[in-house]
Structures are given as structure tokens and as C-alpha cells.
Ligand binder design. Sequence first.
Ligand SMILES: [Zn+2]
Length: 260
Amino acid sequence: MIFVDVHCHLDDEYFKDKLGAVLKRAKDVGVKAIITQGVNHEKNQKILDLCKKDNIIKPAFGLYPLDAPNVICNEDAKDFSKSKVDVDTTLKFIEKNKNNIIAIGEVGIDFKFSEDEEHQVENFKKIIDLAKKIRKPLIVHSRKAEKLVIDLLEDAKFFKVDMHCFSGKKSLVKRGAELGLFFSIPANIIKSDQFQMNAKLLPLQSILTETDAPWLSPYAGKMNEPAFIKDAVEKIAELKKLTVEETANAIFQNYQTLFL
Ligand SMILES: [Zn+2]
């Protein structure tokens, strides 16, 4: 079986002393590629070293909307790490490394922890322009900003995009798929009505899989890891009334279409 995790944070402190074991468990179930996301300039700089450890790890450089220094965040956003590096410098570094990365991510807009629409939109537009310029797909976070994100992509006519953990309503899922966007469905689909709905609504050729590990674990009391991709594919196959193998192969093909 061949599986892919297109959205993961292997640079997280949690994986520090467990990376070897985590990668082994992923390989044992058949995971062939794990895209690990940089969320700000400081972390982008570290991602390449991480990828040198094992070529199953594919690098994406990004700027998480709440990490951008010009975005004003809400009181309850304390857990996010503000970058000390300005947006333009961050984007220049991504451009300079265009041949070393598979995608630009994690990027996007977040209205749960920030109401600063102005700066988030300004940054996201610059990021879309960069993606066009260096011809790299975007891996997009759109929490409580699902419609706005799709509007901005449509305005820019840029559809080489993976919508990560998309939590918008039915009509937006359909609209995104019609535009040609991909949607990565996380492992916690096994317990999430939203992601089960996404899997049912989306044509198979729009579906990718992710974990967002170490976050968003499908199992209570356990941290998430790329090996759990298998559980996501099994659930998607069940909902689509297909075999696990057919589903896994189609998703891997989608990964190649968008990222390779
Ligand atoms: Zn993420």
C-alpha cells in the first residue's frame, strides 16, 4: 500500500527524540512521503536539516498567518510563536530556496485567533503572488476564513492548492473542488463529522490525506503521527465504497499531480 501525509509538523519539539521510531512506524504501514511545514522564517531555516535526515520527509516553507509579525492577534493566541523576521524577508528566503522545497506552507488566514483581516489578507496575497512566480503549490490554513480564502484564490486565479483541514460548509467544499483545489483530509476523520462530510462530497481526484501531527490526534490520550494516515484512507475508502488499495493509489496519484 502507498500512503502520503501532505501536512505534518515533524519539526515539533514532540518528535525530537522519537523521530526515528515515528518514521519507522510510518514506513511500516506504507507511507512514502511526509510533507513537513515551516510556519515562520526561524522554523523554515531548520526544516531543510530535518529533511536531510530521511528523504521520506519533504520540505515546505511557509508563514503561518498568526506568526507573521505584522498581524495583530487576540489575547488567546499566546501559544503561537511570533516571528521576529518581517514578511518580505521571509518570502524572499522562500523564493531563494524554491528548488529545495516541494510547496509553500503552512500559510493562510485565521479568524479564530485574530480579527486582523487587513494584514492577513495583505500577507496572503503576497504569498499567492510568490506561489505563482516560483510555481509552487500552496498548503493553506483557512480557520473561520474558508470563504474569504477561496475568494482570494479565485480572484488570483491560482488553484494549485491544498486546503488543509478544511472546515467550511458544504457549498464551499463543492465550490473549491469545482475550482480544482485539493483538500487534505486528516486522520481524525475517523471521529469527525466535518471531515466525513468532506470525504463524501469531494470527488476522489480532489482528495489528499494528512495528519497535522503531532496535533489533531484521532485517538484520545495519544499524540498524532504519520502512521495514522492508514486509518484516514481506510475511512475514506469505506465512505466512498471503494477498496483501501484503490483509494490509496488514487490519493497518491493526486499527491504526484499537485506536488511533483
Ligand atoms: Zn498545520
